[in-house]
Design a protein around this ligand. Structure first.
Ligand code: SAM
Length: 206
C-alpha cells in the first residue's frame, strides 16, 4: 500500500534542509523524499555529490521514514568540484577537511547521522569499491556536471542500480552536461518524471 506523506512532515524536513547551504530546491528535495518512500524498490540509496548536506537531509529522512533499515550512502570528495569557479571561490579559505566537517555537523544537527554513510572519495573510486550484491534503489547524480564526468558517473554506477530502480539526474536543463547525457541513455532506462531541475528515469527489468 502506498505510504501517505503528511504535509507537516514535509514542512519539518524543509525547515531543516533550508538552513543547509546548497543548491537543491525544496520541490526537488520533496521529490527525492517521496521517491524513496513510495517508489524505490529498496532502501539502499546513493547520492553522488553531497556538499554541505542539503540533499542528504531530504534523502536520509526518506530512508528513515521508510523504516526498513535502509542507508543513504553519500559520496563526495568534500573538496568541491574541479574547475567549478563558484566552488573554488566558496572554498578558498577552507582547510582540507573543513567542508567534510561542516557536512558531518549538519547531518548531526539534523538528527540523521545513523541513516547516512559518508564515502569520502571520488565517485569513480567509490563505484569501483561498490559491491554488486548491493543493488541501489535510487541514485542521485549531482557531482561534477561537466558532460564527460556526468557520463562517467552514469556509466560506472548504472550497473549497480536495481531492476526497477531509479536514477535522478540533477540540474537538467540548467547544465549542458547532464542535459546532453539524458538524451543518450540506453533504451532500458525509461523517463518517468520531471521535477524541478531533475530528470528521473527508471531501469526496466529485462
Ligand atoms: C553541486 S554540489 C552537490 C550539491 C548537493 N547535492 C546539495 O544538495 O547541495 C557537487 C558536489 O560534488 C562533489 N564532487 C564533484 N566532483 C566529484 C567527484 N569526481 N567525486 C566526488 N565528489 C565530487 C563536490 O565536492 C561537491 O560537493
Amino acid at each position: 500500500m502506498t505510504k501517505v506523506i503528511a504535509a507537516q512532515r514535509l514542512a519539518e524536513i524543509e525547515a531543516v534542509a533550508s538552513k543547509v547551504q546548497g543548491w537543491l530546491a525544496n520541490q526537488a528535495g520533496r521529490t527525492l523524499y517521496q521517491m524513496i518512500i513510495q517508489y524505490s524498490p529498496n532502501n539502499t540509496i546513493v547520492e553522488l555529490g553531497a556538499w554541505k548536506g542539503r540533499s542528504t537531509v531530504w534523502m536520509a529522512n526518506g530512508v528513515k521514514d521508510r523504516g526498513d533499515n535502509g542507508l543513504l550512502y553519500s559520496v563526495d570528495t568534500w573538496q568541491g568540484t574541479q574547475n567549478e569557479a563558484v566552488h573554488k571561490e566558496m572554498l578558498k579559505n577552507y582547510s582540507d577537511d573543513q567542508l567534510f566537517e561542516e557536512f558531518l555537523a549538519n547531518i548531526n544537527n539534523a538528527g540523521i547521522s545513523e541513516y547516512v554513510k559518508p564515502i569520502r572519495s571520488t565517485t569513480i573510486e567509490a563505484a569501483k569499491n561498490w559491491s554488486l550484491d548491493k543493488p541501489i534503489g535510487l541514485l542521485l547524480i549531482d557531482a561534477d556536471h561537466e558532460y564527460k564526468a556526468a557520463r562517467k558517473d552514469f556509466e560506472y554506477w548504472s550497473p549497480m542500480v536495481a531492476d526497477e530502480g531509479f536514477i535522478v539526474f540533477d540540474d537538467v536543463p540548467a547544465w549542458p552536461g547532464p542535459t546532453k547525457l539524458i538524451t543518450q541513455l540506453p533504451h532500458w532506462y525509461e523517463q518517468v518524471a520531471v521535477s524541478q531541475g531533475q530528470w528521473i528515469v527508471q531501469k526496466r527489468a529485462f
